[in-house]
Design a protein around this ligand. Structure first.
Ligand code: MF3
Ligand code: CO
Length: 265
């Protein structure tokens, strides 16, 4: 981070860029919602990934994750104590599981990136509360994504919401700028970090994405090289939107009510 030669310029999107990025984000949302609705007990995560692949293709888009640093799946599917970057496979979803779905797509040269956690059929009150708090933390973070504020204001809003509710924010993974690439500067941590205090300006597009553990903050990455799990085995939830900083209110680009394109099963 911040090494010599590393690109640290934050790219401001023009209206022309946004004309392509808006549909990319709308597609990312439509796919995410379709996959969330598809999830049910007894499906394998491989079947969920295949459905997502089909859905992305139907929209004329392609996965922004497949092949990224050799990531082998179309979307990320993380179950229960899996935090992020869960890999699709023969595992069957069970009633009561919670599953985090992360969808990133390329469309007309731009990326839309978003995530949510859903219950498989139903879940415990405890799991539901974790999901609700994580989504609220995202909402509170987005509210701070205003021109003149700093990245730290977003981070603080998220951290405060999570910790006020007795949960922990993951530190090893962070939100990020997004645009022509999945990951652009700046990093957007879900905790206050003085190293990530860039000033926000209109035209910045940020993927804001709290990852929240019911227990401790510590995670580990499994031997598959990707799947991050909580070290204490506690549940984890993840919500993400791609957001445009404007001169006024933040604009959620991965918002379903702007998804002109809807997946029809
Ligand atoms: N939304 C995640 C991120 O922004 C997904 C990346 S998964 C990867 O970091 F496979 F592309 F790495
Ligand atoms: Co992201």
């Amino acid at each position: 981070m911040g090494g010599a030669g590393e690109v640290t310029m934050i790219i401001l999107k023009t209206e022309r860029d946004l004309a392509a990025m808006r549909p990319a984000c709308a597609i990312a949302r439509a796919v995410l919602e379709a996959v969330a609705a598809f999830v049910r007990p007894d499906l394998t995560t491989q079947e969920v990934d295949e459905y997502a692949a089909d859905c992305i293709k139907q929209h004329g888009a392609r996965s922004a994750f497949l092949g990224y640093r050799k990531y082998p799946c179309h979307i990320c599917i993380s179950v229960n104590d899996e935090v992020v970057h869960g890999l699709a496979g023969p595992r069957r979803l069970r009633f009561g599981d919670i599953v985090s779905l992360d969808v990133g797509v390329y469309y007309r040269g731009f990326v839309g990136d978003n995530a949510l956690t859903v219950a498989v059929g139903g879940c415990s009150v405890e799991a539901q509360r974790l999901m609700d708090v994580t989504e609220s933390a995202l909402t509170e973070g987005i509210a701070q994504a205003r021109s003149g504020n700093r990245v730290t204001d977003v981070s603080r809003a998220i951290q405060t919401c999570v910790e006020r509710n007795g949960y922990s924010v993951v530190r090893e993974f962070v939100g990020h700028g997004v645009g022509r690439a999945v990951h652009e500067p700046p990093e957007v941590p879900n905790f206050v970090d003085a190293r990530s205090s860039a000033r926000l300006r209109a035209g910045m597009t940020l993927a804001i994405e709290p990852m929240v553990n019911l227990g401790g903050a510590a995670i580990k990455v499994l031997s598959d090289g990707w799947t991050a799990v909580t070290q204490d085995g506690s549940l984890s939830a993840h919500f993400e939107h791609t957001v445009l900083v404007t001169d006024g209110a933040p604009e959620i680009l991965t918002c379903s009510d702007r998804a002109a394109l809807r997946w029809k099963a």
